[in-house]
Design a protein around this ligand. Sequence first.
Ligand SMILES: Nc1nc2c(ncn2[C@@H]2O[C@H](COP(=O)(O)OP(=O)(O)O)[C@@H](O)[C@H]2O)c(=O)[nH]1
Ligand SMILES: [Mg+2]
Length: 328
Amino acid sequence: MPANLTPAYRDADERFRNATTNEEKIAALEEMLAVIPKHKGTEGLQADLKRKLSRLKEAATQQKKGATHTDIFHVPRSGAGQVVLLGMPNTGKSTILATLTKAKVVVADFPFATQVPVPGMVKYEDVQIQLVDMPPITADYSAPGQVGTYRNGDIIGVVIDLSQDVEEQVLVLLDYLESRKLLLDEKTPAVDGQSNAQGKKAVGLCTKADLAPDGAFELVTKSCDKMAEFLRLSTPTGEGYDKLGEMLFRQLSILRVYAKPPGKPADMNDPFTLPVGSTVHDMAKAIHRELAEKLRSARIWGTGVYDGQSVHLTHTLHDKDVVELHFG
Ligand SMILES: Nc1nc2c(ncn2[C@@H]2O[C@H](COP(=O)(O)OP(=O)(O)O)[C@@H](O)[C@H]2O)c(=O)[nH]1
Ligand SMILES: [Mg+2]
């Protein structure tokens, strides 16, 4: 990014990165274009902003055309991955959002304060991960459309309050997930035979560690071995909050790469995120499907290569690689 950008521009840029809706993104981009210093050094950036803006506006009109009814449980995806919270009432779901994101959630010591999904963005290093607060479920009630939000996400964040009966919570939450074929296990693959999304990876977010009786956390980890990982969290002590972003990034199994235009420095502010295992060709496809067919070669600075090494299009990328794509 050019060095001489103004604070007004950086503010708008920050708003863009934290935006959760297309409307917010469009507003932020228009602001960025309005305040960006207009000179030769920012021409590339200006073109890039205009491209993003027109793509978003197009998506917005498409959305309007197709909007016959609105599903309040459909949360449009944003950022590098979507993590949807699941938990019983008053277990600290909204608190996680309030602590890590700028989302306006209601934290309250009465149940059912949250009635619709509320998305927010969690920053991990230079990556934004979307976290979705949800209405609670109980042993005998969950909102009918709620399952759709979980089905649409990448990971389910199973929130378990360590100060309450953890066995009861594990029972209710696992029953919810398993009876709807939502939890990834030997019998529930990530996609079914018709390539519909099915099993989701789940992580255990164990809240109120400050109030936990001895052994509560160990009881949780022992009673649900289908969970990929567990984390102890507490707001009064701050425990675990510094680890959550890294954990979600790792469990999303994604890597970030920085695109470098030939002869110019890479834009280190705006990584592309791709599934772990992606190749140079996959990266080109993610940038532009048609352009990918014209990809001829690439040079990489990063892991397992010497600086600027030319690689095949089938070369597997690593997190934080800088990639210079050459099109023919
Ligand atoms: N002691 C303690 N209280 C917490 C913690 N996290 C949340 N709470 C409290 O638990 C109550 C319910 O929190 P909330 O986030 O609204 O739960 P939700 O219904 O699951 O969204 C609120 O009074 C919070 O202040 C924590 O780590 N420690
Ligand atoms: Mg809540």
